[in-house]
Each structure stands twice: as structure tokens, then as C-alpha cells.
Write a protein that binds this ligand. Structure first.
Ligand code: SAM
Ligand code: FES
Length: 349
């Protein structure tokens, strides 16, 4: 397997057959080699820095009904909340004082917030903190809406494609369409956002053929960011009884994405840290270079429960800031509190 890994390292290219052969045959030794090569690649592009993003989960209302997600529309046990503008701005102020220079505003697909509300919010954050980048992660919208957010000052947009296997996508997302999801990602790129796509690992019915499709899709899309995390079941969803994705497969996917897209911004996700106490550290060692600590107010943290066992639900923002810094340093990396733009966008600030 080393020859395929070296080839991807040297060329950032792989065919579907090569990726499938690799995934079907990786053993402990080749996995360790893959992580090592991914680590070297990340060092060559971003050094040993880890970028920090302050995450604000501002609404858990959602009109979608994704089978895996704890804040899906049909989950009557979800304790719903929305943050008002003042509270969101307060989270940003606190985050700014702690050193954050990127704020990620994430929520369910909540029509309560109009485009005008989002535009007003983005402008207010930019006016208070002109040195900060804003990332939105609020789901599928029209191209016109995306354009308005960009014009208001939003810099980046995260919209995971979730899985690039159309049949699996449709099984997991009743009343959504795979084509619409891909269209949104293309619209976001055309408008000029730094775009994040990504997928879950270990979804029921997902296998190596599916991961190959995800990897080839990402290679073609060339996003600036890729979010990869394990699927973890949530007790009030139709997938409550399913198994979680594994740390091992998630880290293999992180390393492959680092080799295929060397400049990508790649978070070691909270889901990975929730699956395993050292999950985020392992994700960083596999090629990840971003972490997204939580800045949401503590009284709503335990309500944004996408999956069971989510970490940090009781912790103050300052506590997470210190905790994550120690974790980053414990595996030999260094915290970078700058905006952390994609290397191709560094002149655009
Ligand atoms: N509504 C926005 C969207 O659809 O992009 C953003 C919020 S959505 C809850 C954020 C991400 O959470 C999804 O893209 C999905 O990959 C992840 N997620 C949801 N349920 C999950 C679960 N049970 N396990 C792991 N990740 C999950
Ligand atoms: Fe929140 Fe460790 S990052 S407690």
C-alpha cells in the first residue's frame, strides 16, 4: 500500500480504483504510514499551526428531518432555543477577548431568521470586529440569499455534502435532494465564498465504495475547507440503534483528504472528540489543522445535541479555550489565533 500512499503524496492524485484498493487493504502499518505522510504534507503547507474558530450554535430549530440528526424537525424531545442578536454579539465579544478571529455561526435550517436578519447580524459583527472572519453554516439557500450574505461581509460558508452516494443521501434526507445540495455548493463557490464541504463516516449502509465517491467528489469540487466527522447516533432519531463511525476510519479519511487537497483547512471535529477522549488530538496527527471550540452560552449548550455524548456542553468558553490549547500542545502543535484563511486567499483580507 505504501506505493499508492507515496503516489498520492507526490501527485495529490488518485483514481477511484487506487483509493478503493487502498481502503480495502489498509492494515495497521499502512495506516500509520498514511498518517505520517499526511502529517508531513500538512507541515509543508501550514507548518505546525492549528487554527482556532469560535463556534456559535445560535438556533436548534430546524425545518429539515435528516434521519441522523438530533435537532431534526420530528424530534419532539429537543428543547428548542434561538439566540437573539444581542446574545450572539455578546458571544462574539467574549470570543474576541479570548483571542478568536473567526466566528462560525451555525444553526438548524430555521426560517425564523430572514435573509435581512442574517445580513444585519453579519454587518454588526463585522462592524464590531473588522479584524475577524465570519463563517456561516445555515444550510441550503437560494443563490440570491448566499450573494446577500457575501455582500454583507460573510467570508466563508460550511455546507457538508454529507455523502456523495445519491441513494444513501436520499434515504437519509427525506424531502431533500442530492442535486440541490451539490447545486448549493457550486453556487457558493461561484459567489466567491471560501467553501466547506464534507461528509460523515460510518453512516448505516456506508462502505468503502461510498468513501471513494466522497473523496473523488471533494477532489473535483476543490473546497477550501472539509468537515469530516464520525456519525454518532442520537437517541431520539430513527437511527438511534445504529453503530457509530470509528475513530480509525475517520482519521484515514482525514489523511486522504490532506493528501488529495494539500492546502485544505481540515478540522479535527467535536464529533471526533466526543467519540474518543483523544479524538481531536488524533485528528490533528492525521492531517487536521483546525479546531472549533464552542462559544455558545452555557445555558443552551446542552440543547444543540446533534448526537449523544457531545463534549463541552457544560463548559465556559474560556475553559474550552484553555483545554483545547493544552490538547493541541500535548501533541506537538501550536495554537494560531489569526483568521486562518486558506493559503490561496491570504491576500484577500
Ligand atoms: N443546518 C446546517 C446544515 O445542514 O449544513 C448546519 C447544521 S448541521 C446540524 C451540521 C452538521 O452536523 C451536519 O452537516 C452533519 O454532518 C452533522 N451531524 C448531524 N447529526 C450528526 C450525527 N448524528 N453524528 C455526527 N454528525 C452529525
Ligand atoms: Fe471544551 Fe475541552 S474543548 S472542555
Amino acid at each position: 500500500m505504501k506505493n499508492i500512499i507515496d503516489q498520492i503524496y507526490n501527485t495529490s492524485e488518485a483514481t477511484g480504483d487506487e483509493l478503493l484498493r487502498l481502503l480495502n487493504n489498509v492494515d495497521e502499518e499502512s495506516t500509520a504510514y498514511l498518517h505520517l505522510r499526511a502529517h508531513e504534507k500538512r507541515l509543508s503547507v501550514y507548518g505546525n499551526k492549528v487554527f482556532m474558530r469560535g463556534l456559535i450554535e445560535f438556533t436548534n430549530y430546524c425545518k429539515s428531518n435528516c434521519m441522523y440528526c438530533g435537532i431534526r424537525r420530528d424530534n419532539k424531545n429537543a428543547d428548542r432555543y434561538r439566540l437573539d442578536t444581542e446574545t450572539i454579539l455578546k458571544c462574539c465579544r467574549e470570543g474576541h477577548e479570548l483571542g478568536y478571529r473567526t466566528f462560525v455561526l451555525q444553526g438548524g435550517e430555521d426560517p425564523f431568521y430572514t435573509d435581512e436578519d442574517i445580513v444585519t447580524l453579519v454587518k454588526a459583527i463585522k462592524s464590531n470586529h473588522p479584524d475577524c472572519a465570519i463563517t456561516l453554516s445555515i444550510g441550503e439557500k437560494s443563490k440570491e440569499s448566499y450573494r446577500r450574505y457575501k455582500d454583507a461581509g460573510a467570508d466563508r460558508y460550511l455546507l457538508r455534502h454529507e455523502t456523495n452516494t445519491k441513494t444513501l443521501y436520499e434515504k437519509l434526507h427525506p424531502d431533500m435532494s442530492y442535486e440541490a445540495r451539490i447545486r448549493c455548493l457550486q453556487d457558493l463557490k461561484e459567489i466567491g465564498f471560501q467553501v466547506g464541504a464534507g461528509f460523515m463516516v460510518g453512516l448505516p449502509g456506508q462502505g468503502n465504495e461510498d468513501y471513494v465517491k466522497d473523496l473523488l467528489f471533494l477532489k473535483k469540487l476543490q473546497p477550501h475547507m472539509v468537515g469530516i466527522g464520525p456519525f454518532i447516533p442520537q437517541q431520539d432519531t430513527p437511527l438511534a440503534g445504529a453503530n457509530s463511525g470509528t475513530l480509525e476510519t475517520t482519521c484515514i479519511m482525514l489523511s486522504l483528504v490532506r493528501l488529495l487537497l494539500p492546502k485544505v483547512l481540515l478540522p479535527a471535529t467535536t464529533a471526533l472528540g466526543s467519540l474518543d477522549p483523544k479524538g481531536r488530538e488524533r485528528g490533528l496527527q492525521a492531517g487536521g489543522n483546525v479546531v472549533m471550540p464552542n462559544l455558545s452560552p452555557t445555558n443552551v449548550r446542552d440543547k444543540y445535541l446533534l448526537y449523544d455524548g457531545k463534549i463541552c456542553t457544560g463548559d465556559e468558553a474560556a475553559h474550552c479555550r484553555g483545554c483545547i490549547e493544552r490538547r493541541i500542545q500535548s501533541v506537538g502543535f501550536e495554537v494560531d489565533m489569526s483568521r486562518g484563511d486558506h493559503v490561496d486567499r491570504l491576500t484577500q483580507k
